[in-house]
Design a protein around this ligand. Structure first.
Ligand code: ADP
Ligand code: MG
Length: 293
């Protein structure tokens, strides 16, 4: 036994709903993924469209049930069919999920009611709900919008309200499934800052599913999923040192890592890697002043 907070063992999932197609497709969306995540970790998940990232997120947050394999959260087997309703509800509370489109997550006509929705469903007393709503809205910097209509907010503001709704449930884990993909640069920066503050200051385990390499580079660890399987699992430095492999599966590395790779391809001897503009700058300064040792 080990004490990983989230343990996924050999997870597989096949969608049986074939949508418009009359011919069933039995290609697994997830095919034997094993993944351990520590409490308080900041993990990024990368992978091109259709690689299985959202499926994995939905399995961890109990929206879907795996066809085979096990998931343990804080020692509890969440795939156990004999789990009582209360235990399932409690597990769902502990894992929050923020989706790509903020419009699909907002349910009420007033911001504060939206944030209160989750705790109300938990049967929390109204004084406590009011406090949770205020705290959550302050945390995402939306306290001044309490009585506003969500549909009048910008995409980034809506996403911050959606995050407040999750925070008000006091989760241990938040999965952001391409939560910044539809936002403008400012909205994206704000949401990323909130994600990182929740991780660093509140100890919330954060899983950021993203297609932005610069976002992934900020995480403690990156897992690359390809065709329903884990392709790479390591620190950003480790993962982004595999530029050719990333290209092979239709991904890129951060611009800095791409530049170092291109310089190496051109014949320059460079021993270290750089995944941020600052790291790239320092490495180039070293190179220009006599080589990288
Ligand atoms: P990602 O999030 O990495 O883009 P998904 O987990 O959404 O990937 O999808 C993985 C695979 O499962 C894809 O081949 C996708 O077409 C398929 N898939 C996803 N959702 C459904 C669904 N509701 N019904 C049928 N197939 C699905
Ligand atoms: Mg997805």
């Amino acid at each position: 036994m080990n004490d990983y907070f989230i343990r996924c063992e050999n997870l597989s999932y096949i969608y049986e709903d074939t949508g418009e197609s009359a011919i069933p497709v039995f290609h697994p969306a997830l095919d034997g993924v094993s993944l351990n995540i520590s409490r308080g970790e900041y993990l990024a998940i990368l992978g091109h469209n259709g690689s299985g990232k959202s499926t994995l997120a939905k399995l961890i947050s109990m929206i879907l049930t795996p066809k085979s394999g096990k998931i343990y959260i804080d020692g509890t087997d969440i795939t156990d069919e004999t789990l009582g309703e209360d235990a399932q509800y409690e597990l769902r509370r502990r894992v929050g999920m923020v989706f790509q489109n903020p419009d699909n997550q907002l349910v009420a006509t007033v911001v504060e009611e939206d944030v209160a929705f989750g705790p109300e469903n938990l049967g929390i007393p109204s004084d406590e709900i009011r406090k949770r709503v205020d705290d959550a809205l302050s945390l995402v910097g939306m306290q001044d919008y309490k009585r506003h209509a969500p549909h009048k907010l910008s995409g980034g503001q809506k996403q911050r309200v959606a995050i407040a709704g999750i925070i008000a449930m006091h989760p241990d884990i938040i999965i952001f499934d391409e939560a910044t993909a539809m936002l403008d640069p400012i909205g994206r920066r704000d949401v990323l800052a909130i994600m990182e503050r929740l991780n660093r200051e509140d100890g919330i385990t954060v899983i950021n599913i993203t297609h932005y390499m610069d976002e992934a580079a900020r995480a403690d660890r990156i897992v690359v999923i390809n065709d329903g399987k884990t392709l790479l699992d390591g620190t950003p430095d480790e993962v982004f040192s595999n530029v050719p492999l990333l290209h092979e599966v239709g991904l890129e590395a951060p611009q800095s890592a791409e530049l170092i790779h291109a310089l190496r391809e051109a014949g320059l001897v460079i021993n270290s890697n750089a995944i941020t503009p600052e790291g790239c700058r320092d490495l180039l300064i070293r190179l220009l002043s006599g080589g990288d040792r």
